[in-house]
Design a protein. Structure first.
Length: 160
């Protein structure tokens, strides 16, 4: 199932493309809540070392709230004083959520790599929409969240 924040007009046009897109209802939000509650390791693809970038702000928030964050950025060895990996496949150990901060057109190869892992979910951050990548992840049995911010959802659904 793909969770997508969309207008009713967008949802109608997306279902015409034979993609199962579901507007978020309270039931869907509970699935996101459970995912966030049951996850502990989040790989952030496209994490920037620049403190003013959204990826960096989200990563710092997730670390502060108790998640293990794994930076993925081939241009860096360390980000946020954590070892940084060039790709998802280079990460040792398990990942619960792959959180993507890349341009929409760059997402598909990342998702293809992520579905080869044991991750539970692929999360495309707010503003990132790639229906083909979402279909690939969904067909691989992954939870797909697209065009939503994990920091905002955590703050709204989990944080006190």
């Amino acid at each position: 199932m793909i969770f997508f924040l969309a207008s009713a007009e967008d949802a109608v046009s997306m279902t015409n493309n034979k993609t199962k897109i579901h507007m978020l209802s309270l039931n869907n939000l509970s699935i996101i809540r459970v995912l966030l509650e049951e996850s502990s390791v989040i790989a952030i693809v496209g994490l920037s070392p620049k403190t003013t970038r959204p990826s960096n702000m989200v990563a710092r928030y997730l670390i502060e709230t108790g998640y293990t964050v794994i930076p993925v950025n081939p241009g860096h060895d360390r980000i946020l004083d954590l070892p940084c990996y060039p790709s998802i496949s280079a990460i040792p150990g398990s990942i619960d959520i792959v959180d993507i901060f890349r341009k929409s057109e760059d997402v598909e190869p990342i998702v293809r790599e992520a579905v080869e892992t044991d991750c539970k979910a692929i999360w495309m951050q707010q503003g990132i929409i790639n229906h083909q990548a979402a279909r690939i992840a969904e067909n691989s049995g992954k939870i797909v969240i697209m065009d939503r911010c994990i920091k905002i959802d955590h703050a709204d659904l989990i944080a006190p």
